[in-house]
Ligand binder design. Structure first.
Ligand SMILES: [Zn+2]
Length: 87
């Protein structure tokens, strides 16, 4: 497994008796498209949501996760503003 952002190999979380070490975070994402529910909400607007059309797991190492610009990209993907995998 590799970090999606810097390409380094990431290790599984290791556990000791008192501690554990996390080396990466996994984001479950993928290709999405906006879908509209046909039923209308109380305010008369159709409900819009992101439908996952192809699931992809993205690994982010702890060094990349500490970088604000990478956090922003993960956040943008999570909120549907900009997909990580279309870039
Ligand atoms: Zn990385």
């Amino acid at each position: 497994m590799q970090c999606f952002h810097c390409g380094r190999v990431v290790q599984e979380t290791t556990h000791t008796q008192r501690n554990y070490a996390v080396d990466y975070y996994r984001l479950h994402t993928g290709k999405t498209e906006w879908e509209f529910l046909t039923s209308l909400r109380d305010d008369g607007l159709p409900h819009r949501y992101l439908k996952l059309t192809q699931a992809i797991d993205i690994n982010t190492c702890i060094q990349c996760y500490a970088r604000p610009e990478i956090r922003q990209r993960l956040d943008d993907d999570f909120n549907g503003r900009r997909s990580l995998i279309d870039i």
